[in-house]
Design a protein around this ligand. Structure first.
Ligand code: PEP
Length: 251
């Protein structure tokens, strides 16, 4: 089974609409043809200018978050319908910064996952343990909870629109990376879990991205592993010079 590599750039709270458009133009011109699925996730307000530049290009534009509600009195929130109206088809949910800084629970994230899927969108669901959880021997328990709660109520036939991103919290933005072996073994555990929750076919086709200080010089070693099908890239996605070699890891 060949899973098509999927590299996503999470810009976090960086890039104004003007900066994002300039960056997208530079990335588009540098990328050319690619066998890899590529997505950038700008801040909400930067999405329109980036979409405008990337129209007709193979680079997709996603969102970093969305509301758990459809519409109405939810000050400061952005709905699935608003994102879809812009042409956004994919949303990152449950990023560790959403969990740790903004208190998003597995239950709350699950509501968003179900809403995004019911709205016909694709989801990148982020999971991953903290350092103390890993050191306390809780890795498998944490992943089991985050996957089974995050995907609660998701039908097998909708799993083709779900990507999981394994992002050990201690490796995000720290310059520390899980070794390819440690990351691969976590990915294998996640895939086996999905086989148990769904079936072997769903698990075989599931794209599992690794995230946590992915850079040009470690991308190939990580992405060569059997169960690592892509990357969710933070810091290194903010520079074309750093992001492009990650996308081109296999060239
Ligand atoms: C992320 O925020 O998803 C991430 C992996 O960040 P970084 O690549 O900077 O560690």
């Amino acid at each position: 089974m060949m899973r098509k590599p999927f590299i996503a750039g999470n810009w976090k709270m960086n890039m104004t609409p003007t900066e994002g458009a300039a960056f997208a133009k530079k990335l588009r011109d540098a990328l050319g043809q690619s066998d890899v699925r590529v997505l950038v996730a700008p801040p909400f307000v930067t999405i329109p200018s980036v979409i405008e530049v990337l129209r007709g290009s193979s680079i997709e534009v996603g969102a970093q978050n969305m509301s758990d509600q459809k519409s109405g009195a939810h000050t400061g929130e952005v709905s699935a319908a608003m994102l879809k109206d812009l042409g956004v088809k994919t949303v990152i949910l449950g990023h560790s910064e959403r969990r740790s800084i903004y208190g998003e629970s597995d239950h709350f994230i699950n509501d968003k996952v179900l809403l995004a899927l019911s709205e016909g969108m694709e989801v990148i669901l982020c999971i991953g343990e903290t350092l103390s959880e890993r050191e306390g021997g809780q890795l498998e328990a944490v992943l089991t909870t985050q996957v089974s709660e995050g995907l609660k109520g998701v039908a097998a036939e909708d799993m083709g629109r779900v990507t999981l991103a394994y992002e050990p919290v201690w490796a995000i933005g720290t310059g520390k990376t899980a070794t390819p072996e440690d990351a691969d073994s976590a990915h294998a555990f996640i895939r086996a879990l999905v086989a148990k929750l769904y079936n072997e076919g769903v698990a075989e086709e599931l794209i599992i991205q690794y995230g946590g200080s992915v850079k040009a010089d470690n991308a190939k070693a990580l992405l060569s592993k059997e169960h690592i099908d892509g990357a969710l890239v933070g810091g290194a996605s903010l520079s074309v010079e750093q992001f492009l070699p990650i996308v081109n890891f296999d060239k």
